[in-house]
Write a protein that binds this ligand. Structure first.
Ligand SMILES: O=C(O)CCC(=O)C(=O)O
Ligand SMILES: [Fe+2]
Length: 220
């Protein structure tokens, strides 16, 4: 399941984040890719050990983890530290699969939080290979794309302007993507039922199913 989640950041957040990143020094991003992804990774990244970016990363992680749709879709146990990336004209990230383990954390899901206005740069689409064909995403600034880390994907060359993004990975309590989707659908339907009819007997039964499936499948 690919999920676009709008408005992870509001205007204030976005201005502060982009302002801070525009004043940041970026290094060659290939150092943080696995050995094969490194061959096709041509972008820039903010230094991971830069103390002045700690607060920014914490703010972004708090906004992502604080989003109720992200919580329901990802069931996050932990996030990797966020990568803050910048693509200038000519930069791209060719087809790759993300490492399965990062710093000891299993990466079940990946996400890109788009930070640049899509009209301010050309190219830079995140393209994901799916059984039905390729899907291409270029979301509004402040919106996030959540997708299975199991996929082959790439970032198309940026041909004008620059593309800023925050990228990260999720270790989920629910390892299996189809189980995560089932729980997401059940919870979404249960909440919609509650909105229309309140806490009915049917709502209670769906809540019981949802809680007990989670008990059956959740990993620590
Ligand atoms: O910038 C993006 O949208 C995705 C980057 C990516 O695939 C990665 O860092 O592994
Ligand atoms: Fe990737």
């Amino acid at each position: 399941m690919f999920l676009c989640i709008a408005d992870i950041l509001d205007r204030n957040d976005l201005e502060a984040v982009v302002g801070r990143l525009n004043a940041t020094t970026f290094d060659d991003g290939s150092a943080t890719a696995g050995w094969h992804a490194r061959l096709v990774k041509r972008n820039l990244q903010a230094r991971r050990d830069e103390p002045s970016l700690e607060e920014l990363r914490a703010r972004l992680a708090a906004r992502i983890l604080g989003n109720p749709v992200f919580q329901l879709a990802a069931r996050p146990k932990a996030l990797t530290p966020l990568l803050l990336s910048r693509y200038e004209p000519g930069m791209s990230y060719g087809t790759h699969v993300d490492d399965a383990l990062m710093g000891g954390l299993r990466t079940d899901l990946a996400f890109t939080l788009f930070l640049s206005d899509p009209d301010s740069y050309a190219g830079g689409e995140l393209v994901i290979e799916a059984p039905g064909g390729e899907e291409s995403f270029k979301l509004a600034a402040g919106s996030l794309l959540l997708y299975p880390a199991t996929t082959l994907h790439r970032v198309e060359p940026v041909t004008a302007g620059h593309r800023l993004a925050a990228v990260g990975w999720v270790r989920s309590h629910i390892r299996d993507a189809s189980r995560r989707e089932l729980l997401f659908d059940l919870d979404t339907a249960r909440r919609a039922l509650f909105e229309c009819h309140g806490k009915t007997a049917e709502f209670d039964l769906l809540s019981k199913c949802s809680a007990n499936l989670l008990r059956m499948w959740a990993e620590d």
